[in-house]
Design a protein. Structure first.
Length: 202
């Protein structure tokens, strides 16, 4: 006859067993992925392999940026976007430089509509002016054109921020100096319509 105070063997809780198994399985999968990347030495350079290995540690889908046509800097921007949970397909292109990708990624992470940014003919500085306009909820379609320099875009963006009728000088044929003078005139409440002709210097 068993004594009343005899301890019964404790059984392991099913929940803990499941967690341990899931953790072990994850570790095995990560190890296998890393071995596969390291085995691809001829396909990727050292910096590219490092980005893929970092992606495995970050638990993102490295297939999103496993093309060896992307250099390490581009891979990094896609990895960071995947880690942030945004749609990286919008800027996953070898035709976009690192700074262009970074600007698009940051805009997407901020919840902005990035369709107008995803134009490889825009340089990073132009994209930044468009992103700033989107942040201020401006009608960036007025200047989201690669024909404008980033400096011209800045004048147009500033004009929109001040409530100016920038349509008067929203033409890439105007020089930067002309745009600045016309914007200044509008701020002073002057009628600049007679001066608004890109053929003439002010």
């Amino acid at each position: 006859m068993k004594k009343g105070n005899e301890q019964q063997p404790q059984s392991q809780e099913p929940g803990n067993s499941g967690m341990i198994f899931a953790f072990a399985l994850s570790a095995v999968i990560k190890t296998a992925q890393k071995l596969a990347v390291k085995a691809s030495m001829l396909k990727y350079d050292k910096a590219q392999r490092q980005e893929l290995l970092q992606g495995i540690d970050d638990e993102v889908d490295i297939k999103r940026y496993s093309s060896n046509r992307l250099h390490a800097g581009q891979m990094e921007q896609i990895r960071l976007g995947e880690k942030a949970g945004i749609d990286t397909a919008i800027y996953n292109s070898k035709d976009l430089g690192v700074e262009q990708m970074r600007t698009i990624r940051q805009a997407a992470e901020d919840g902005l509509e990035v369709a107008l940014l995803c134009n490889p003919t825009l340089n990073a500085d132009q994209m930044e002016q468009i992103k700033l306009g989107l942040t201020e909820k401006l009608d960036v379609k007025l200047y989201a054109d690669p024909a404008y320099t980033a400096e011209q875009m800045q004048v147009l963006r500033s004009g929109l921020e001040h409530g100016l009728d920038v349509g008067i000088f929203a033409d890439p044929r105007y020089s930067l100096a002309q745009m600045q003078e016309l914007a200044h005139g509008l701020k002073q409440g002057l009628d600049v319509s007679k001066l608004a002709d890109p053929r003439y210097s002010l």
